[in-house]
Structure formats: structure tokens, C-alpha cells
Design a protein around this ligand. Structure first.
Ligand code: ARG
Length: 578
């Protein structure tokens, strides 16, 4: 099966090549910008005409004469300087709808060309507890993973957690001194944030402690059993915290997706060796660096990528080079997506460039930094507590559920408390996730409780409510009445617009798989819900005659199926009642 847009793109492209002989001509089919321009429009004629120095309208006419889009078009006409407006045929829409009704899984049309795609996301530092800074990467990454899997790709999740830095020496030192005092270390680790702060304070204020901490780093990296076991205890506790957050968020990351920084530790000397053999290493003040011409500082001086410090320690970039090599060579990735804060973009540009220069990545393996902006507080500065501390993710999610509970209780006071709690848990988490996913990932955004919990606008409560409302209509009219071969009519403009939108779902999902902007899917679902409301107002379902009613019910069911599938791709659980 193909998406409509794909079918039209191929048809126009074929005609364009046939007419002009230009082999790399493209139909450039996009959505029509206005209803009177049809459903889709092809813009490819103009650039080809320019290359041939011919009149675009004449070429457009020849394309029309030669165009064969199977059953899909009722009409195609030339507009303006040489655009082609394409109008879909109702029968073709109904036929496709019938297929979807029998098998809703076909709402998504898998890619023909399946790839192995590694997605590096969430990847918190285990020295501290997950905080709001990890929210975006975790949610956006999870949604991208769901989309890519639905398109038939083989997705390998990599949770590249930070478990191997100088900070761990300090934490081990604190653990050891506590247990020497007879304190229960495991109970103290239940608040990692506090534990980290205490250790850091001692590190900054007590020189002997700092000295000890440094010696533990060296012992840890040298494989000392005692240090390793303390370290392990800390890491396990920290991972338990992460897993709790993942479970509450409904994020698909599992312990088996972990591939921590420490995993690459034994590869690091080899990485430096390769760089040396390729002649890429320069020694600068005792540190081993790679200088590439394309990276210069503000002063015009070349910027180094440091791979080994003068004391022999390795860096974040060294580990990432080892990870690139592993993902390309051992995991066999065709694409590697790094869902990481935009503030690390220089780091990734450098790592990707060094990896390419050193031949550590296959030339047919694409490395992409899927950057995201910062979550801001109402003051327009990075989100913090009133006292200026970072906000624990756990606390933020609990507050979301609490606020959603107030909202649900307001709207539906008669619901039993138990139901209200259940609904609140879904709505609260959905609101936080959707607020994030619906913003363009590359921009910063302001975290705003009242906006995300509103029933108006492009929000989770709005979508969830729209879905629940359709479910209630379907329940009332016993949608078993829809027969397997049910015909969906598109006699009114509202029915037609709604059905076309449903069929375009597959196109949006494909697009998100390409550029990894889930906000396009949110915008789509919001528009879909809006078109359903218009249809529902102007095309009565309850009061219509049986054949019309069955068709409209079927359309309502397809809408619900699409909303549900779409919400699932965003990691949002739909509710049948609200
Ligand atoms: N642990 C890092 C941080 O918290 C993010 C790691 C992202 N992934 C990577 N391969 N560098 O900033």
C-alpha cells in the first residue's frame, strides 16, 4: 500500500519525466494551500521548465495529458504560472476507507525500505536523580522510537547513561565514610539529590575528602574490586529511580536498553590509538587533541576536541567516539539518532566530524543530532523551583497528577473517587507529555500548568476528551452495526474533509519518521479532532436514516481508531470515558 501523496508524487514525477526527458525531475506534490486549489498540488513543473527554458504552463498541460494516477483523481487543472491542482475522487477515498475499517493497523503504511536505527535517548547522568532537564529527551525520544517502529524499522534503543566520571569518586568516598560511621548507606541513597549535595559539599570543603575521592576515581578505573562494588550499589539504586520515572511516564525504556558510558571504558585506549594512526592527534599542553579545520572559536583559532587529558583520563567525547564506532560497526546502524539537548550541538558536530575523518563510522551510516530546546519557567529562565533548585522529575509528575485530579473532580464531581484517580493519573501524565511534544522540539518553551491542563486548544485534555466523546457515541449506537464491507459516503464537505484527513495520517507518521518532529503529529491530531467536531455538528448521526447512520458511525469509528493510534505513537494512553 502507498500513501496518497506517495501515489500522486510518483504519478506526476513519471509524467514529468516522460514529457521532458529529465530523469531527476520531481513532482513535488504537497497539500493544497487552499480548498479551491484542490486536495494536493504539484509544484514540480516550474523548476523543470526553467531548466529547459520552456513555458511552464505548456509543460504542465503535457503533464496533465500524460498523467495516470490510477483511481485517485477526479480532476487535475493548471493554475497560476504552472502549478497543477489535484482533486481526489470520492470513490477512491471510500475504497481506501473500507480497507481501513476492516484492518485499522493499515492506518500506518510501513516504509518499503526498512532500516536499522539506533536511538540514543533519555541518557541521564546517574550521579544525580532525573530532573526536569531529562524530560524532553525522554519523551521526544520515546515518541520517535514508537513512530519508527510502527513504520517497520528495526529500532535499537540506547540509554547512554553517565555512570563513569570523576563524580563517582566523590560519591564512593561519601558512601565509605558513612558506612565507617555505621550509617545505613542504602537508606541514605533513597534521596540521591541530597546524597549528591552532601558529597559535593564535602568535596569542595574538605581537602582530605577531595584527595580520597580522586584516589577512588583512579582505583575505580583501574578495576579495584572494593570500589567497583560500592559504585555498583550506587548505580543500581540510581537506575531504580530512573526506572520508576520511566514507568510513571509510560516510556518504553527497559534495563536491557542500557548501554552506559562504562561499557565503552575498555575501548577508549583503542580510540586514541586509531586517531594517532590516522595522523589526527596533536599534543597540546600534555593533552591529546584533534583539530579539524571546520571548528574555529570566536577568535578564529582552531577549537580542539580533547580525547585524553594530561593525567591520562578520557573525556565525554572519547566515549562518544567509541559509541559511534560500536553503533556503526557492531549494531549495524543505518541511522543513529542522538536525542540530546541542543546545547550539546557543538559536541556532536565535533564527534561526528572526527568519527568520519578517522573512518570510525561507515560512510552509509547517518549520524543525526535530534536536538531539543530548553524547558523554561514562567520567568523565561530554565525551569527551577522557587528557591532556585532543579526540579526532580518525580515531583513534577506527581504534581501533574494532583492538578489533573482537581480538574477531573471539577468537571465530573459525581464520578467515584477511584475512577477520578485513575483518570487523573492518565490525564496528568498525558498533559505534561503532550505539552512538550506539541511544541517544535528545537525551540525553548515555557512550562505552563494552566495551558497544558486546559480543555481548549491543542492540549492533551482536549484530545482525550474528543476521543472519549466519540467512544460514547459508538457505545450508544452499538457500533457492531457497522458491517465488515461498510461503505463510507462522502456526500457532504464535512465527511469528505474528515475522511481525507484520516487517510493523511499515514503521511504525517512517515514525515515524523524522516525529520523527527513529533509536534507535526500533535498538530495533525488536533486538526483531526477539530474536523470531527465539525462533522459531528453538521452531519447528525443519532437522528439519521439507517444507511446514512451506518456510514457516519463507521467514519466516527475510523476517527477514533486514528486518534488512538496517533496518541499511542506519542506515548499517550487514550481513555474510553472521561
Ligand atoms: N549523559 C548526558 C547528559 O546528561 C547525555 C548523553 C547523551 N548521549 C550521548 N551519546 N552523548 O548530558
Amino acid at each position: 500500500m502507498q500513501t496518497i501523496r506517495e501515489t500522486l508524487e510518483q504519478a506526476v514525477t513519471r509524467a514529468l519525466i516522460r514529457v521532458t526527458g529529465i530523469e531527476d525531475a520531481k513532482g513535488q506534490v504537497i497539500y493544497a494551500s487552499r480548498p479551491e486549489f484542490g486536495d494536493y498540488q504539484a509544484n514540480g513543473v516550474m523548476s523543470v521548465a526553467k531548466r529547459l527554458r520552456k513555458n511552464p504552463r505548456e509543460i504542465a498541460q503535457q503533464v496533465l495529458d500524460s498523467l495516470d494516477a490510477g483511481e485517485w483523481l477526479s480532476k487535475a487543472e493548471i493554475a497560476g504560472p504552472g502549478f497543477i491542482n489535484l482533486f481526489l475522487k470520492e470513490q477512491a477515498l471510500s475504497n481506501r476507507a473500507k480497507e481501513l475499517l476492516t484492518d485499522p493497523s493499515r492506518l500506518i503504511i510501513p516504509e518499503h525500505d526498512n532500516k536499522t536505527i539506533v536511538v540514543d535517548y533519555s541518557s541521564p547522568n546517574l550521579a544525580k536523580e532525573m530532573h526536569v532537564g531529562h524530560l524532553r529527551g525522554t519523551i521526544i525520544g520515546d515518541s520517535i522510537v514508537r513512530v519508527l517502529e510502527s513504520l517497520g524499522h528495526c529500532v535499537i534503543r540506547q540509554n547512554h547513561v553517565g555512570d563513569w566520571g570523576t563524580q563517582f569518586g566523590m560519591l564512593i568516598a561519601h558512601m565509605k565514610s558513612l558506612s565507617a560511621q555505621g550509617a545505613s548507606v542504602s537508606s541514605r541513597l533513597s534521596d540521591l539529590e541530597k546524597f549528591y549535595r552532601e558529597a559535593k559539599q564535602r568535596f569542595d570543603e574538605e581537602p582530605e575528602f577531595a584527595e580520597l575521592a580522586r584516589s577512588y576515581v583512579v582505583r575505580l578505573q583501574g578495576g579495584d574490586a572494593e570500589c567497583l562494588s560500592a559504585w555498583q550499589q550506587f548505580i543500581e539504586e540510581s537506575l531504580r529511580h530512573c526506572q520508576e520515572v520511566y514507568d510513571q511516564l509510560g516510556v518504553k525504556l527497559k534495563p536491557s536498553d542500557l548501554c552506559a558510558e562504562s561499557f565503552y571504558n575498555k575501548e577508549l585506549p583503542g580510540i586514541v590509538k586509531i586517531l594517532n594512526e590516522k595522523g589526527l592527534l596533536t599534543e597540546s599542553e600534555g593533552a591529546k587533541c584533534v583539530f579539524l579545520d571546520e571548528f574555529k572559536g570566536k577568535d578564529g583559532n582552531p577549537l580542539p576536541v580533547i580525547v585524553q587529558k594530561s593525567d591520562g583520563g578520557y573525556l565525554y567525547a572519547t566515549t562518544d567516539l567509541a559509541a559511534v564506532r560500536y553503533r556503526s560497526a557492531d549494531l549495524g546502524a543505518d541511522r543513529v539518532l542522538y536525542v540530546v539537548d541542543a546545547r550539546q550541538s557543538l559536541h556532536f558536530n565535533q564527534v561526528f566530524a572526527v568519527a568520519a575523518a578517522a573512518g570510525m563510522v561507515r560512510s552509509d551510516c547517518r549520524l543525526e543530532h535530534i536536538a531539543y530546546g530548553t524547558m523554561m519557567g514562567e520567568d523565561g529562565k530554565p525551569f527551577k523551583t522557587r528557591s532556585g533548585d532543579t526540579v526532580k522529575l518525580k515531583d513534577l509528575l506527581n504534581e501533574a497528577v494532583r492538578r489533573a485530579h482537581d480538574l477531573v473532580s471539577d468537571k465530573n464531581p459525581d464520578l467515584p473517587e477511584n475512577d477520578r484517580q485513575q483518570i487523573a493519573a492518565t490525564v496528568g501524565i498525558a498533559a505534561v507529555k503532550y505539552a512538550d511534544l506539541s511544541k517544535s522540539r528545537t525551540s525553548d518553551y515555557i512550562f505552563d500548568w494552566s495551558q497544558m491542563l486546559s480543555f481548549d486548544g491543542n492540549t492533551a485534555p482536549y484530545l482525550l476528551y474528543a476521543y472519549a466523546r466519540i467512544q460514547s457515541v459508538l457505545r450508544r449506537l452499538a457500533d457492531e452495526n457497522i458491517t465488515p464491507g461498510q461503505q463510507i459516503n462522502v456526500d457532504t464537505p464535512e465527511e469528505r474533509a474528515l475522511l481525507i484527513k484520516i487517510l493523511q495520517f499515514a503521511e504525517v507518521v512517515r514525515q515524523v519518521g524522516v525529520d523527527c518532529y513529533p509536534n507535526q503529529l500533535c498538530q495533525y491530531l488536533y486538526e483531526l479532532a477539530g474536523l470531527f467536531m465539525k462533522f459531528y455538528e453538521s452531519c447528525p448521526i443519532l437522528k439519521s436514516e439507517p444507511p446514512v447512520q451506518a456510514s457516519r458511525l463507521a467514519l466516527a469509528r475510523l476517527t477514533a481508531d486514528t486518534l488512538k493510534t496517533g496518541m499511542n505513537l506519542l506515548g499517550i494512553e487514550p481513555l474510553d470515558r472521561m
